[in-house]
Design a protein around this ligand. Structure first.
Ligand code: ADP
Length: 611
């Protein structure tokens, strides 16, 4: 991927350029390597040498080494190999140079990576303290007052947002021979898509055909054979409480198999099947290595954009859609260094939802004002607001999904995959309380009725080798025990709750062995919990997906309040409403972004060709 800054910036002096490169993350000016500002004054009391400190990041230890030479910060090295790709890894990459250039710890952190950023800054403060420097007294190098340049670029298709939908659309439009640019407001690509934890739903795929053929268990075989397009439509509509736009759902379902083939054709296969939460069917297609689909796709897309030479302008926030005679003809955007006008023959909005915009959330549901969110801080509904400003209509805005298994300390989502693999939910009394694989809204509501409104997700070690499972342990989410009693102690269960808990797991294992009916009617993910060590994660509901958004048709055209398509404006992904109705079933976010990302690009290209 060619990540660019806005041109015309070269006249700024090196130090200022470096500061902006590192603080604001404009990638292309990261060469030459950032250096300390020349000719600075020595920090009072500083003792030359190299100092090391270690702090816990999001994915494990982060080590910071700071070298003080001539009384100044001369080198900063950060090692944090386990930080989340595209989030914490960005902090690991950017903060050292930012600290060096600013000669202080008073630098912008990477939003969305607060744990990693905080750990780096804490360890850096420790290093400075070892060198006799009180970090809090460092005022640093004053940021230069840079006057922004005015820039204009011309493209066929401008894509707003480098999440899953935007990157899909950009790849598809580039494959069709169009000149494409992606504008992304964050210093990294991926958006909420990075956090998609399960797989991608699809029906009628060759993987399903092969798995049905190979299945030995007759029930599993029947469930896979029944994972048809028509059942996928029915399950999506039922999960969405039948308020979804049926045509949008039909299009997603009918094109889902083709989307799986397309992913495979560009090198991102999802060959592993699993049952979809809230259904008994096997629509979920997952990466072979058991990694989360979001990280898998974002990492792959990122490389693909690079390989295809698709330009991505990071830290470039779109503020307005430009119209002419009622048609969308481009956008206005701002980067740290420039005011940008992009003239485009077609505009694709892929800015995601508003699950991190608490004012907007509370305007539809006041009870959400202080809830935990799984969303990236970028999910602020910008695309919805900008499109409304040029007359776009919205649908289903009041439908905001809570995900039932969110680690509350940091909003990290615990995948539905665990429950598909047999995990159960128990309350603090050690008891199950619901069909753990009912729809997300139903499970969330059941959790909120439990004592102190939380639960534990409990699982065994059958899948411990999978990347996803390893991540929960390395991220410090889990407690473990070699026996159920030991796990209960780690979970903090007391008194009767311990006996309840062991009895709960025994009862569950009987259901899995076919010796008893499940009292809550769970009929999928029937995998016994009998392989030590046992693991639990304390979870509660968190804001996850905003089902509502811009009104689109099956060609991903944005529909105005007067019912007509807005010429030149297309949208895909979470910025749109209608596909998921009142509740999105797991696996449909990725189906939505891949199917509609491609459709938006195809429609945009056809629109460009017709001009
Ligand atoms: P989807 O799943 O629909 O692709 P994501 O949340 O994954 O949505 O991605 C949306 C992307 O759009 C994020 O990377 C986000 O930072 C970006 N974005 C949101 N608002 C703007 C904006 N005003 N300008 C540029 N990028 C934006």
């Amino acid at each position: 991927m060619k990540r660019t800054k806005v041109s015309g910036f070269v006249s700024l002096i090196l130090v200022v350029a470096l500061m902006f490169a590192v603080v604001f993350g404009v990638k292309t000016i990261s060469t030459p390597e950032p250096a300390a500002p020349a000719g600075g004054t020595a920090i009072e009391g500083a003792v030359d040498g190299t100092y090391t400190a270690v702090r816990k990041g999001f994915g494990g230890d982060i080590t910071v080494d700071i070298t003080i030479a001539n009384g100044m910060i001369a080198d900063v090295q950060v090692t944090g190999p386990n930080e989340t790709e595209g989030l914490g890894s960005v902090a690991v990459e950017k903060l050292p140079a930012a600290i060096l250039a600013a000669q202080s710890l008073n630098v912008d952190t990477v939003s969305g990576a607060s744990v990693s950023s905080g750990a780096i800054l804490e360890a850096a403060a420790d290093c400075l303290a070892q060198a006799g420097i009180d970090a809090s007294k460092l005022t640093g190098v004053a940021a230069a007052d840079v006057e922004k340049t005015e820039e204009t670029i011309d493209v066929d298709v401008v894509v707003i947002g480098a999440g899953g939908a935007g990157m899909t659309a950009a790849i598809e439009a580039t494959q069709a021979g169009k000149k494409v640019v992606i504008l992304e407001k964050m210093p990294y690509v991926g958006g909420n898509t990075t956090k998609a934890s399960g797989g991608m739903n699809a029906a009628g795929t060759k993987m399903q055909a092969a798995a049905a053929e190979a299945a030995e268990d007759p029930e599993v075989k029947a469930a896979i054979e029944d994972s048809t397009v028509e059942n996928y439509i029915a399950d999506t509509m039922a999960g969405g409480h039948d308020i979804n736009d049926p045509e949008l759902v039909r299009t997603m379902a009918e094109k889902s198999s083709d989307a799986i083939d397309w992913l495979e054709s560009i090198g991102a296969p999802l060959p592993t099947l699993a049952p979809t939460g809230g259904t008994v069917h096997y629509y979920l297609h997952e990466p072979e290595d058991g990694s989360a689909v979001g990280e898998f796709l974002v990492q792959f897309y990122n490389q693909k954009l690079d390989e295809m030479g698709i330009e991505v302008m990071l830290e470039t926030e779109v503020t307005e859609i430009i119209t002419q005679d009622g048609k969308a003809v481009g956008v206005k955007a701002e980067s740290p260094t420039a005011n940008l006008t992009v003239n485009a023959k077609a505009v694709v909005l892929a800015t995601g939802g508003f699950g991190a915009n608490f004012d907007m959330l509370a305007s539809f549901d006041p009870s959400l004002a202080n809830a935990v969110t799984t969303n990236t801080p970028a999910a602020t509904g910008d695309g919805i607001v900008m499109a409304q400003e040029i007359g776009a209509d919205t649908v289903d805005m009041e439908y905001i999904q809570l995900h039932p298994t969110v680690f509350q300390e940091n909003g990290l989502l615990v995948s539905e995959r665990l429950r598909s693999n047999g995990a159960i939910l128990v309350n603090k009394e050690g008891k199950r309380f619901t069909n753990d694989l009912a729809t997300r809204d139903a499970v969330s509501q059941a959790e909120l009725q439990q004592p102190d409104a939380f639960a534990y997700i409990v699982y065994d070690s059958k899948y411990a080798e999978e990347k996803l499972y390893e991540k929960y342990v390395s991220n410090g989410l889990t407690v473990q025990g070699d026996t159920l009693e030991a796990l209960a102690a780690e979970m903090g269960l007391e008194g009767d709750a311990v006996a309840n808990f062991t009895a709960t797991v025994e009862a569950w294992n009987k259901v899995c062995a076919g010796e008893a009916e499940d009292e809550f009617g769970r009929n999928n993910g029937l995998v016994s919990l009998d392989q030590a060590p046992f693991t639990a994660i304390k979870i509660a509901p968190g804001i996850h997906h905003t089902m509502g958004g811009l009104k689109i048709d099956t060609a991903a055209e944005v529909i105005s309040t007067d019912g007509a398509a807005i010429p030149g404006l297309f949208a895909a992904g979470e910025v749109c409403g209608g596909v998921h109705g009142g509740n999105r079933i797991g696996g449909n976010a990725v189906a939505d972004i891949v199917v509609y990302g491609r459709i938006a690009a195809q429609s945009a290209c056809a629109y460009v060709d017709a001009q």
